[in-house]
Write a protein that binds this ligand. Structure first.
Ligand code: BES
Ligand code: MN
Ligand code: ZN
Length: 487
């Protein structure tokens, strides 16, 4: 099977379920900080005397703390949950994520499920993810972890979701020379074909002259500075039911800024500027694997934002899908231009919900830091999705649409301008711009993941360096709740 240029993938531990731990396997044992010192909240994999041994070693049970002990020929790897009173799913995911990364040369391990199959499995699969890229020497033969006492259905669902997060991470981690728009669209087509027994997805790609002919002026304008032409990828999944959800994700495979060129410092991080589209792909694959009873259509505009003799200029006016016009005053505010087309197209099919994700503004990082998604949209749905994000361990916070920015959006020569040239409220301004392409009767949410999509620092909890896979789990959980009539 030809996999285009998507040969470098991350690796994780391999999971299997069993009733008992193999005798030779290292035991992963969670420990916690109690009021009166160290606690062993679950004991199924712990030997007699472990607590005393740990105490004498000075173990505290704090989050992030791991220790290895050899007792009677068996290795025990302890991982801290933090305060015993505050143990929730997120603490468990983090502790098992940290443990998975601490396995090192341990090739066989066991974990038990007293704290919930889902949290343990997600922690292990998300935390162990390692992307070695194109290193010529790669000694990474992943460990096998036996999960003891798992609920099998919950195990299968957690694996489906975690695999989708890691798939999204793989796409985002892939350098732009391998993941340019045509290659990206090809990968989506090839994988849908390869996975067709497990997931029922339909893929349609609009590219070349078709884009201009069908009126996608925003996608054409952003893509035309590059030799690697833009693409609009449409992925659908129909699980029945009467709910229709549209997903839209920013797919800028590299963002130089275009003629409004970015400074060179950290420009390499702009390989992650397709993180919104990668998250939507992960989400629709998960929805299909979980056979959620909803109809989902993902619209993913892909373009490489490059400066060249054929690039869009500041001052140009473009016509979006559906006829609205934008004055492009800054070619680095390109995400909103491609999203406008994709949103307009997605809404033509009258979805009940629109979930859109994009690495859209540096202002998101200024407002909320690097890990918290900015959530803008219809009042109620926005708050629901922000809460869902916090619930699954993907921090998210609602941000307003600002009345005073209506004036700032006005252009003398077009329906709107793409930037307001102010230092204030950049994330909200981008949200207001996008809102003009969403019909009144669609429940809409925009997730600005400029910071959360990429971890430029060290791994923490179950989040690796580089691509994080955010906000796949937020979107999957939102789709699940809509399917279950809980939104
Ligand atoms: N892709 C960037 C946003 C971004 C910045 C993502 C940092 C991840 C990390 C986006 O296309 C962009 O360049 N936005 C501009 C908008 C400005 C010109 C109004 C920005 O935020 O500076
Ligand atoms: Mn940009
Ligand atoms: Zn961008």
């Amino acid at each position: 099977m030809k996999l285009n240029n998507f040969s470098a993938r991350g690796t994780t531990v391999a999971l299997r379920t069993a009733d008992t731990a193999p005798t030779t396997a290292a035991r992963i044992v969670p420990i916690a900080k109690g009021d009166d010192g160290l606690e062993l909240p679950v004991t199924s994999l712990a030997p007699e005397g472990l607590l005393d041994a740990l105490s004498s070693l000075g173990a505290k049970g704090g989050a992030g703390e791991t220790l290895r002990l050899l007792i009677d020929g068996t290795v025990y790897l302890t991982t801290g949950l933090g305060n015993a009173d505050d143990i929730d799913d997120e603490a468990v995911r983090r502790a098992y994520g940290v443990a998975a990364r601490a396995l090192g040369d341990i090739k066989e391990a066991a974990a038990s499920c007293e704290f919930g199959t889902q949290a343990v499995v997600e922690g292990l699969l998300l935390g162990s993810y390692k992307y070695a890229g194109f290193k010529s020497e790669n000694d990474n033969s992943p460990a096998i972890v036996t999960v003891v006492g798992a609920d099998q259905d919950e195990f299968d669902r957690a694996v489906a979701v975690a695999d989708s997060v890691n798939f999204s991470r793989d796409l985002v981690n892939t350098p732009a020379a391998f993941l340019y728009p045509e290659a990206y669209a090809g990968i989506v087509k090839d994988l849908a074909e390869e996975w067709k027994d497990e997931v029922d997805l339909t893929v349609e790609v609009i590219s070349g002259d078709q884009l201009a002919q069908q009126g996608f002026g925003g996608i054409v304008a952003v893509g035309k500075g590059s030799k690697n032409g833009p693409q609009l990828v449409h992925v659908s999944y129909d699980g029945g039911g009467d709910k229709h959800i549209a997903l839209v994700g920013k797919g800028i495979t590299f963002d130089t800024g275009g003629i409004s060129l970015k400074p060179s410092a950290n420009m390499e991080d702009m390989i992650s500027d397709m993180g919104g589209s990668a998250a939507q792909l992960g989400a629709i694959v998960a929805a299909a694997k979980l056979k959620l009873p909803v109809r989902v259509d993902a619209w993913l505009p892909m373009a490489e934002n490059m400066p060249s003799g054929n690039a869009t200029r500041p001052g140009d006016v473009i016509t979006h899908y559906g006829g609205k016009t934008s004055e492009v005053l800054n070619t680095d505010a390109e995400g909103r231009l491609v999203l406008a087309d994709a949103i307009a197209r997605a809404c033509e099919d009258n979805p009940n919900y629109l979930i859109e994700a994009a690495t859209l503004t540096g202002a998101q990082l200024v407002a909320l830091g690097a890990r918290t998604t900015a959530v803008i949209g219809s009042d109620e749905f926005r708050d629901t999705v922000a809460e869902i994000g916090r619930g699954v361990g993907e921090p998210a916070w609602a941000m307003p649409l600002l009345e005073e920015q209506e004036e700032e959006l006005k252009s003398p020569v077009a329906d709107m301008r793409n930037v307001h040239n102010k230092r204030t409220g950049g994330t909200s301004f981008a949200g207001l711009y996008l809102s003009k392409f969403v019909p009144e009767d669609v429940e809409w949410v925009h997730l600005d993941i400029a910071g959360p999509a990429w971890n430029g620092g060290s791994p923490y909890g179950y989040v690796p360096a580089r691509a994080t896979g955010a906000p796949v789990r937020t979107i999957v959980e939102t789709i699940s709740r809509i399917a279950a009539d809980q939104v």
